[in-house]
Design a protein around this ligand. Structure first.
Ligand code: GLN
Length: 190
């Protein structure tokens, strides 16, 4: 059973813990660099990426997270996806650069605080909740798009890493968590 760390500085990390436990993983909360030593993979939750970034810097976690991502899988949702991207706009901000995507924050406009959409994940229906979500405007050559919404990529992977612009921890299905756990197992074998 893999141990999934959930970055617990800000945002809806408890919902991610529950979702991964339901999908069959052990979870621990990550607040400091030393917590990264005991986990097989990390989840960066949704929340407010600017606030999360400030807390990451305050805990001197930026470099440890980058190093962790060089050998172990990271799954970022919404604000977490923004933190994983190589380029962030609206406004520009620092990020880990572990997935080669350009991502625009709060891209659905102010009126649209949240919405639910039906996606197709590998031929299976997937309900997706978007909350002040970003839009992925560019994907690099090594990025694979796993799901789209209105033509825009909303679930992408690069190597061991996975990013969703929606919140798979807030809906009942556990397909996305299971998909990430498969990546974690594959990464552990290699
Ligand atoms: N709008 C937030 C940001 O830019 C992300 C929203 C979310 O994580 N639900 O960081």
């Amino acid at each position: 059973m893999p141990t999934i760390g959930v970055l617990a500085l800000q945002g809806d990390f408890e919902a991610h813990e529950k979702a991964f436990q339901q999908a069959g993983a052990r979870t621990v909360q990550v607040r400091a660099a030393a917590d990264l030593d005991s986990i097989d993979a990390l989840v960066i939750p949704g929340g407010e990426s600017t606030t999360m970034l400030k807390l990451i810097h305050a805990e001197s976690l930026m470099e440890p997270l980058r190093q962790f991502g060089l050998s172990k899988p990271i799954f970022g949702t919404c604000a977490g996806a923004i933190l994983l991207a190589s380029q962030v706009s609206q406004p520009e901000q620092d990020s880990l650069g572990l997935i080669d995507i350009s991502i625009q924050r709060n891209a659905y406009g102010r009126q649209l605080q949240s919405h639910v959409a039906q996606l197709d994940l590998d031929g299976k229906p997937l309900e997706a909740v978007f909350i002040r979500a970003p839009i992925i405007r560019r994907t690099g050559g090594s990025v694979r798009v796993l799901a789209r919404h209105k033509g825009d990529p909303v679930l992408v992977e690069q190597g061991p890493h996975l990013a969703a612009t929606f919140h798979p921890e807030l809906t009942a299905g556990r397909g996305v968590q299971i998909l990430f756990l498969e990546k974690v197992r594959t990464c552990a074998k290699n």
